[in-house]
Design a protein around this ligand. Sequence first.
Ligand code: PGA
Length: 249
Amino acid sequence: MRRSLVVGNWKMNGSRDKTRALLGEILAGLGQLANVDVGVCPPYVHLPDASELLKGSSVLLGSQNVADQDEGAFTGEISAPMLLELGCALAIVGHSERRMVYGESSALVAARYAKAIQHGLVPILCIGETLEERESDRTFEVIGEQLDAVLNSSGVASLTKAVIAYEPVWAIGTGKTASTEQAQEVHAWIRAKIAKLDASVAEKIQILYGGSVKGDNAAALFSMPDIDGGLIGGASLDANSFLKICHSA
Ligand code: PGA
């Protein structure tokens, strides 16, 4: 059976004080969870504080992106070795806000993914369609291309060291969650696509759902056979909501 994973994507929110307070509340309320891993991805500048606070706990630390290079003249980028030094275990790559607001191509996302894999940082590869793409029946074409960019450059075996997050762009931060059936349909499609290349990798890969997951819809989403947890934005900034989601997994 696959373990579940719930990861908070804090995006560009908080402050040093808020990071300490939020993590304190999460650690106090988490308790013992069977078969569920929990992670948080604070902004880069708050990783050192978070790392300190999470020492000795089971909560995984993650970054919101990772450079496609190891070091050098790449202003504004943070490399996998730097993140590992701070105790990061996870790195989100290809979030739709990176793809759409900052123009990251699938090729760049694949290069970031490859660097994470190379250094032993687990990439959480985000894929998902826009509303326009869904309404023009292009959902599977779009997420197929996003997946292929990574499969063609890093190979299917790399997925044994990665996590996929299906995040329909129209559901992110909008309050419009995909229905359990809509989400399950895409998760099953992703798993079947991987299974065509390697059935055992497909069986093991954790596929998270992201997009307006809240305390009151998490349990239904997580009960679907191909949904192995969630990537949580807005609701991860409130300890009670995040803890409720973690306990639903
Ligand atoms: P949301 O964001 O939960 O606020 O919709 C999810 C995400 O962007 O990962």
